[in-house]
Ligand binder design. Structure first.
Ligand SMILES: NC(=O)c1ccc[n+]([C@@H]2O[C@H](COP(=O)([O-])OP(=O)(O)OC[C@H]3O[C@@H](n4cnc5c(N)ncnc54)[C@H](O)[C@@H]3O)[C@@H](O)[C@H]2O)c1
Length: 346
């Protein structure tokens, strides 16, 4: 039998508990141990019959894993991740890479200095639909990409806002939801040159935004609008269309619309739109439902990918640099929403 990669999970909250399930379901991985400063999380260690540690230090002093998943709150990402990288243990770090750019740069530096892999948990990239759309865009099937439209429209009920941090700055749909779309559209369309944005709290009137629109100019010259709201009852978001998380009922709709000089694509409900023969708005439009074998268990795919990276069979799909770039764009979106100005991404 092939050797399974032993993975420790650090921080067993909302996301860490999802990772525990994914590691358990992966054929390539085996749960090594659980780390959480909250004693309550020991129940998970008992359930999975693995050791429980109250800190990363205790784990490192004892039995070292082959890799770790860090799913602690963003402000602790730097401390935890660097301690594992210094011990030459590859890390899958939850998104965002950190809560500030300087800390993110330190994490990347540590990965380089220790020659130890760092992967960022933008798990949508491990969905086969996304891989296939990327290949088709890069192959020129849709011609030169001109524009994109990304929607993230959701309605969060009152219970969601019982957690006080979610009504303060940083706890809104830009940071919780749109960050995934930022990573994904950059993966698909390449680096962003500049950003302009506007936010509103028209409906909920909390300190944090409930709605935002963002315009990207890509280095390729393509333009894209992203809109996010958690006060709209509507079916158009990746969350409600991709079927990655059983917690969300799936609608048969799309959230991404990407257009080029030869055709357009919408997904996750995959359709390729085109003219037959002459391209013209006077000619009929046809669409082809694209036949792609789905593998929507992106968290398990992500764990399998981590195992392949540890074994030297793959390179990280989402690197620390990707995580830093998304963080810089997010930072620029917040700045632009305050000043109204267009902000360049360096
Ligand atoms: N990929 C996704 O779709 C997704 C979704 C939700 C959250 N996240 C990310 O996952 C991370 C965790 O978010 P969450 O919502 O699960 O948070 P959470 O508050 O539900 O859980 C955090 C856990 O970390 C533990 N913890 C806190 N400080 C610790 C420390 N110093 N050492 C060990 N354990 C510690 C807490 O006790 C808690 O169990 C964040 O980075 C968040 O952005 C990602």
């Amino acid at each position: 039998m092939k050797k399974k990669i032993k993975i420790a999970v650090v921080g067993i909250g909302l996301m860490g508990s999802q990772h525990l399930k994914a590691v358990n379901l992966s054929k390539k991985a085996k749960l090594h141990s659980i780390v959480d400063l909250n004693k309550k999380s020991e129940v998970h260690a008992k359930k999975f019959k693995v050791p429980f540690y109250s800190s990363s230090k205790h784990l490192l002093k004892n039995n070292k894993p082959d890799a770790v998943i860090v799913a602690t709150p963003n402000q602790f990402h730097e401390k935890h991740t660097i301690s594992f990288l210094n011990a030459k243990i590859p890390v899958l770090l939850e998104k965002p890479i950190s809560d500030n750019i300087k800390k993110a740069e330190k994490i990347i530096k540590s990965s380089k200095k220790n020659k130890t892999h760092l992967l960022i948990g933008y798990h949508r990239r491990h969905n086969s639909i996304v891989t296939s759309v990327k290949q088709k865009i890069d192959s020129g099937k849709f011609g030169k990409i001109v524009a994109g439209n990304v929607m993230c429209w959701l309605y969060k009920n009152k219970d969601w806002y019982k957690e006080k941090w979610r009504i303060k700055k940083g706890g809104g749909p830009l940071g919780i939801n749109l960050v995934h779309d930022i990573d994904l559209i950059c993966y698909l369309l390449g680096p962003v040159q500049s950003v302009q944005s506007a936010t509103s709290n028209l409906i909920r009137k909390y300190e944090v935004e409930d709605t935002a629109v963002v315009n990207f100019i890509f280095k390729s010259g393509a333009l894209c609008t992203l809109s996010v709201s958690d006060t709209i009852v509507g079916p158009w978001s990746y969350e409600l269309t991709a079927g990655e998380n059983p917690a969300y009922p799936v609608t048969n709709q799309s959230a991404y619309y990407i257009g080029g000089t030869k055709g357009s694509i919408q997904f996750p409900n995959l359709k390729h739109w085109y003219n037959k023969g002459e391209r013209s708005w006077w000619k009929p439009m046809y669409h082809k439902d694209m036949n792609i074998r789905l593998s929507r268990f992106t968290l398990i795919n992500q764990i399998n990918h981590l195992c392949d990276v540890v074994k030297g069979k793959a390179k990280p799909k989402v690197t620390g640099e990707d995580g830093l770039q998304s963080l810089k764009i997010f930072d620029a979106i917040i700045k632009s929403s305050k000043s109204g100005k267009k902000i360049s991404i360096k």
